[in-house]
Structures are given as C-alpha cells and as structure tokens.
Design a binder for this molecule. Structure first.
Ligand code: SAM
Length: 299
C-alpha cells in the first residue's frame, strides 16, 4: 500500500495524499493564515455586452457588474515605444496598470483568476516589471497562485545583442522568456456547481499534467503576420483558459489588441469580453473573430 507523504527535511520524491500542515503552520505563513475564501454572489452580465470588444480604456469597465467575470487574462502594453505605447514614466505606467487591475478585482467573481503575461524590459538597467506588478497585485488584495515562465526560445530570432562578446567586460543576458503571473480573488477555489448546473471542464489528462508544470515551451507569433505590433500566440490564452476556467465561463481581456484571447475563448466554448483603445485593432480583432466563427460553427 502506498503511504501518504508529509513535509520532511529532505523533501519527498513524490507527493501522494501529501500532508503539508507542518509547512502551512510554520511562521512563514503566520500572516496568511487568516485568509478565508470570501464568497459573494455572482452577477449576470447583460447578454448584449457578452462577446464584444469595447472601444475605451479598461480603467473603467462600467459595462461589467461586480463579481461577474471568471477569468481575466491579458498582456498589457509594455510601454516600450511600440506604436500604441504612450511614452509614460514608470510611475504613470504602473498607475495605468493599477487602475485596470483594480477594476479587474471588482469584476472578478470569488475565486476568479487573473493571469498577466508580462516581460521584464531593458538592460541599462534591466527593469523588473514583474516585480512591480507582483507587488501591486498583492497590494490590491489578490492572492498569488504562481508564476509561469514562457520559454519562447524556439522562436527567438538571431540576436547579436550580447554586449561584450566572449568577454567578462560587460556580457549581456538576452531574455528568451516571458512571465505569466497568476492570481486569485478572495480565495483559490471555484465552485463547480452553480444553481442546479454542474460546470464542465474541457482539459485532457495529458494537457493538465503538462500545463501544471511551471515552464511552458511554445514559440511566439509573427507580429507582421497578425497585423498587430505585439500579439501573443493563440496557444497562450488557450492554455490559460482550459487550465483555469470552465466551459461557458466569461473571459475578460482588458488589453485585447488583435483579439487572440477572444479566438481562444470561442474555440473553447467560453464567452469573451475585451477592451481596446485603438479602433484599427478592434476592426482587426472583429475580422479574426468572424473568420474563426465561420470555421467553428460551419458544420
Ligand atoms: C500587448 S498588446 C495586446 C496584444 C494582444 N494580446 C494580442 O494578442 O493581440 C496591448 C494592447 O493594449 C491596448 N491598450 C493600451 N492602453 C489601453 C487601455 N487603457 N485600455 C484598453 N486597451 C489599451 C493597446 O492598443 C494594445 O493593442
């Protein structure tokens, strides 16, 4: 018979019915011990506001009631002088993100998830945006669930920006990864049962086992091919949606750009809501969505 494992000084090779109470009762977790899942009733979003992209800043998502969205996933502007970037100071930039993620907190249901795809930027010095965003999310009241490293090295172009080549004079790291920071509102769990209905999962056993590992490997997508300066590949929202949401859930992307999150949501039988400032990107997103719908719902 396989015995249950528990926290041990030498670690455990496999975790089976693992008892981690010793770890969670340690002083490290003293300040987190009072966290209890806070449940508030979910509110319905008006049907005419579902599966739509709104053309205004997501700093105010007035179309969405409190406690109405199940999963927020996004890649915010990086403020790195792309076409759509506003040349903000670090403080102004962080304030924009804070406004949007504060609204996200309001609209998420209890146990709802927030996934932020972001990279650190620059070299002289390196600006650890992930550090600022993690700190901000904790201050806004989110609970952190983890951090995914997206290894995109398979698609890294030829970069010769290695500083002093073969010399310790000033060698430079070339980032071939980005992050996905993952948070929850109010508690970690989502209820599977809603009223009389049971929410349906769609993830396969193989995908669950692979995607529950914290390093994901898949290539980036060509900006030129999509027609937006910084799209993420469809694989990124698809994995987050299947791993963190049920079918028919509502998926929000407050910086939706070319609409990749919407495509993933529709393909996986979820609903989407997006926000975007630039009308051309909304047109691009809507034509990608129409095309996908023609393929998905043709048969
Ligand atoms: C990194 S891109 C997102 C790309 C998207 N993931 C995709 O696959 O196309 C960020 C987007 O946020 C938009 N944006 C910037 N500020 C915004 C704001 N305050 N509200 C809504 N959208 C905004 C930009 O126009 C840009 O298209």
């Amino acid at each position: 018979m396989i015995k249950n494992t528990q926290t041990s000084s030498f670690g455990v090779s496999a975790r089976i019915g693992h008892n981690s109470s010793k770890f969670y009762n340690s002083k490290l977790y003293k300040d987190f011990r009072t966290i209890k899942q806070k449940t508030q009733d979910e509110q319905e979003i008006l049907p005419q506001n579902l599966n739509k992209i709104f053309c205004h800043s997501s700093e105010n998502m007035y179309e969405l009631p409190d406690n109405s969205v199940h999963l927020m996933l996004t890649s915010p502007p990086y403020n790195v002088s792309k076409d759509y970037d506003d040349n903000l100071s670090l403080d102004e930039y962080l304030q924009l993100l804070k406004n949007v993620f504060n609204e996200t907190y309001r609209v998420l249901v209890s146990g709802g998830r927030a996934c932020i795809n972001i990279a650190n930027v620059g070299r002289k010095p390196y600006i650890p945006l992930t550090m600022y965003v993690n700190q901000m999310m904790l201050e806004l009241g989110f609970l952190m669930r983890g951090e995914i490293i997206w290894d995109k090295s398979a698609s890294s172009g030829v970069s010769l920006a290695w500083g002093s080549f073969r010399s310790a004079s000033n060698p430079v790291l070339r980032d071939t990864h980005e992050y996905i920071l993952v948070f929850s509102k109010g508690g970690f769990k989502r209820e599977k049962k809603k009223a009389k209905a049971i929410k349906k999962d769609s993830i396969s056993k193989e995908d669950f086992m692979e995607w529950s590992k914290s390093i994901w490997h898949f290539p980036a997508v060509s900006a030129k091919k999509i027609g937006h300066p910084a799209p993420f590949p469809l694989e990124l929202p698809k994995r987050l949606i299947e791993f963190y949401s049920f079918e028919e859930d509502i998926i929000l992307d407050p910086f939706i750009g070319s609409g990749t999150s919407a495509l993933a949501a529709l393909e996986l039988k979820r609903n989407f809501i997006g926000y975007e400032l630039n009308k051309d990107y909304i047109n691009l997103a809507n034509s990608r969505i129409n095309e996908a719908q023609n393929v998905l719902f043709k048969t």
